[in-house]
Design a protein around this ligand. Structure first.
Ligand SMILES: Nc1nc2c(ncn2[C@@H]2O[C@H](COP(=O)(O)OP(=O)(O)OP(=O)(O)O)[C@@H](O)[C@H]2O)c(=O)[nH]1
Length: 269
């Protein structure tokens, strides 16, 4: 009988093939170790034993760091790929293709002196490219970014369905969620007002960010600020919700070793 681990690995391979062969543009921002990410993709984070297992693996050494899985969802063409690429790769991609399944991007940031990794799952907006992946998107997720296109009302009016899907697949609603209205650089074509977007965000208890993956907003890097705000939310959210070992085991943080850090200590707090 095929074990659960084996089944998961097959899915990992599937995703890698998609990623490496179908989305060459994202390759340059892929984390240094594909295998490292494969282990974390759907590892059972509620199990501390599993974390220890990874820690004992010989191919990864040094200190554990926390990885937060963030899924970016929304209608096709709203700019999910561009937003994640901009944050992880530092620029607006010259060309993009429809995401098939999922693309992964990752970036380390330092919050209050601790280095953490944000693992962004750039999900497919097209139903046919995402249907079979939906359970994978939501498994062990730490935060959700809902994206709509300010120049397309349909992408905004469709948000309740994305929220519903999210509610259906995530057991706890107590995870950070943010709403991002993208393509604000197309000023002459805006179809969703800030007021109605803000009302929607308030109704659903989410902060709203209007931005552009293409342009520099407010003379600073707005995308950077959005994801860093989320990182802070995740950091403090977790600190508040993981006071004991048993809580910790129930929480969805994934631990892996990072060989670029020199400190030998393992920290599960
Ligand atoms: N003007 C403008 N165009 C953008 C912006 N963000 C993305 N685009 C364009 O919108 C199109 C779709 O962008 P993607 O990032 O591929 O959209 P997506 O949501 O990942 O699409 P799927 O993978 O199909 O779900 C591309 O042509 C981008 O160049 C933006 O902020 N401003």
């Amino acid at each position: 009988m095929m074990s659960q681990t084996n089944r998961i690995n097959i899915n990992h391979l599937f995703s890698f093939f998609e990623f490496v062969f179908l989305r060459q543009d994202a390759y340059e921002v892929y984390p240094k170790s594909l295998f490292d990410l494969a282990l974390t993709m759907e590892s059972p984070p509620s199990s501390l034993e599993s974390s220890t297992q990874y820690s004992d693996s010989s191919f990864i050494s040094s200190q554990t760091i926390r990885i937060f899985k963030i899924i970016v969802i929304g209608e096709k063409n709203v700019g999910k790929t561009c937003l994640t690429f901009r944050f992880c790769g530092g620029s607006f991609p010259e060309r993009t293709e429809a995401t098939i399944g999922v693309d992964f991007r990752e970036r380390s940031v330092e919050i209050e002196g601790e280095r953490i990794k944000l693992q962004l799952w750039d999900t497919a907006g097209q139903e046919r490219f995402r249907r079979s992946m939906i359970p994978h998107y939501y498994r062990n997720v730490h935060a959700v970014v809902f994206v709509y296109d300010v120049t397309r009302r349909d992408s905004f009016l469709g948000l309740p369905l994305w929220l519903e899907e999210c509610q259906h697949h995530i057991a706890t609603q107590d995870i950070p969620r943010i709403l991002v209205g993208n393509k604000c650089d197309l000023q002459d074509n805006i179809k969703v007002t800030t007021q109605e977007a803000q009302q929607f965000a308030d109704t659903h208890g989410m902060p709203l960010f209007e931005t552009s993956a293409k342009a520099l907003m407010n003379s600073g890097d707005h995308i950077e600020a959005i994801f860093l705000t989320l990182a802070h939310k995740l950091y403090s959210h977790r600190s508040m919700t993981v006071p004991t070992l048993s809580h910790q085991q129930a929480h969805t943080t994934i631990f892996v070793k990072d060989e670029s850090l020199s400190n030998e200590g393992n920290c599960y707090c």
